[in-house]
Write a protein that binds this ligand. Sequence first.
Ligand SMILES: C[S@@+](CC[C@H](N)C(=O)[O-])C[C@H]1O[C@@H](n2cnc3c(N)ncnc32)[C@H](O)[C@@H]1O
Length: 185
Amino acid sequence: MPLVLGQARTRRFFDWLAPSYDIVNAIIFRPEWRAKVRAALLPGRVLDIGVGTGFTSADVAGAVGIDLSSEMVSRARGYLGDLVLADAMSTPFRAGSFSTIVCAGSFYYLPDPLAALRGFHRLLRDGGRVVMLGPEAWFLRPLVRTFVRRDYEALAGETDFDLVQYESLRGVASLVVMEKQNVLP
Ligand SMILES: C[S@@+](CC[C@H](N)C(=O)[O-])C[C@H]1O[C@@H](n2cnc3c(N)ncnc32)[C@H](O)[C@@H]1O
């Protein structure tokens, strides 16, 4: 059972962590992983889910960030085009608003992954993509929920996404890219 689970606990945890988050991130979030996420973005409007302090998408033109934690959002202010303090499970955006949704270190905190992906599907334009960076290593399982390739395949299959990339990052983390299937006329 992961230690950080449930919306209230997650918010409290990240509010507490926010003042030292960038110091911790500089140690555990490798620059080449961030570069891979950035290289996978499509042209167009980007939504960063669980934006934190803006570490991943701060300088992406026009990027929008959403996060549960007010302490995180206050630190991202000024770096992103727009910031929303809200739960990613129920966002205030119109359907088809984004070309790419980024979940860097955040998807596995969402309480219902299937419902989350269905929500992302609605927010993306046709052919849009979700780019995720998440933990893969078995030793992280007591701390956070961990998905492996077959989990992402199953999730994509149930939500009208194609899993177009799964890359293990030294067995510690994984980069995942899912593309929204185009609706036939
Ligand atoms: C590990 S941090 C990642 C921050 C940032 N994406 C980065 O790359 O550094 C996870 C973030 O997800 C946010 N988060 C967790 N559950 C959320 C939810 N249901 N809705 C919105 N944000 C959430 C947390 O508040 C936290 O800021």
